[in-house]
Design a protein around this ligand. Sequence first.
Ligand SMILES: O=C(O)CCC(=O)C(=O)O
Ligand SMILES: [Fe+2]
Length: 369
Amino acid sequence: MGTEVQADMNNGPVQETQTSGDIGGAPVIDLTGIEGPSRERIMREVSAACEEWGFFQVVNHGVDLAVMKRAKDASKEFFASPDEEKLKFAMKKNVHFHGYFNPDLMDKDVSKFSSTYEHLYYVFYPPLQEHKDRWPTIPEGFGPAMYEYVVESRGLVERILGLLSESLGVESHALFNGLKGPDVTQSNMNISFYNAKKEGEGEDQIALLGHTDPGAVTVVYSDEVVGLQVQKGDRWLDIEPTPNSLIVNLGDQLQIMSNGRFISGNHRVVEKSSKRRLSIINFYSPNMDAIIGPLDGLLSESNPPVYKSTPYRVYLDTFRQRARAQLLDTISSFKVLSLSDQEPSSESTIGTASTSSTIGESTSSTGMR
Ligand SMILES: O=C(O)CCC(=O)C(=O)O
Ligand SMILES: [Fe+2]
């Protein structure tokens, strides 16, 4: 049914350095008046952020704050529950990684990646009924609270896709329709409860190595604990949690659809606080059978396609295979080759947008979705 789980992968030895981070990652954009007189301004700010960072935070975003709070409270309560209760919803080997994972109590290979922190993973849309038994029923109302939040955050993503389409000068449903392909877009959710930095521990731990998200748009609802960092040039910048905000980042598919105008921002998570960090991460992705490539309306003789058009299923398979082989730059292998580059085994150098670089760190492992 065109739904597929996107699994985390955190392969190989964790060897990144320079974890301290500078302040100032990604602009904060106020979405008040998005359907009215402020639309033009908001569109300019959002598109500038997507060109420069592939990341931004939004406030007054239209996602009901009470719904957000219920989702956050329910998540915190779940993680605070006794282990034996949480384990009732544990992930099972080779079954889509749905459910709860705890690195101290479960085999590492259950989640197919060596996560060092507790998390809950679920495909939320379209819902996979057969995995419902691993969706927590503690605390009471957990499922409905999450579902409500997913519906609201999908609404936000669709509003942003409309803005981005307009800023590209194409019809306002162009990005959404491209992502939906023959059926519907999909979304899945990871609720991560990262570890705190232990007292006396020197280096900050990298919980999730530098990566770009393979899908279309990711919405991160973080509590007040700092930890998410975005790469800008040769520096990692902390995204400072802003009260009631949501963090939005673009995935590889929007870099492709915009023909490289928007970028899929490279990011990572560092455990640098004495508090544990909760983040509710919603991944909004194309239909597996959607053919993703640069939007027709953008292409011309002077703007030829930088990327190939490929079914998302193929992209995701390649992404996972490359991640297993500890390669970070899937998107570059989907570039159109220029005639002069068409030598066997050569990689294209066309295009300006690239998310593959890493800073002062080993590129041998990465955390990915
Ligand atoms: O927890 C976060 O803030 C982001 C996590 C992330 O980048 C991911 O799961 O892909
Ligand atoms: Fe990510």
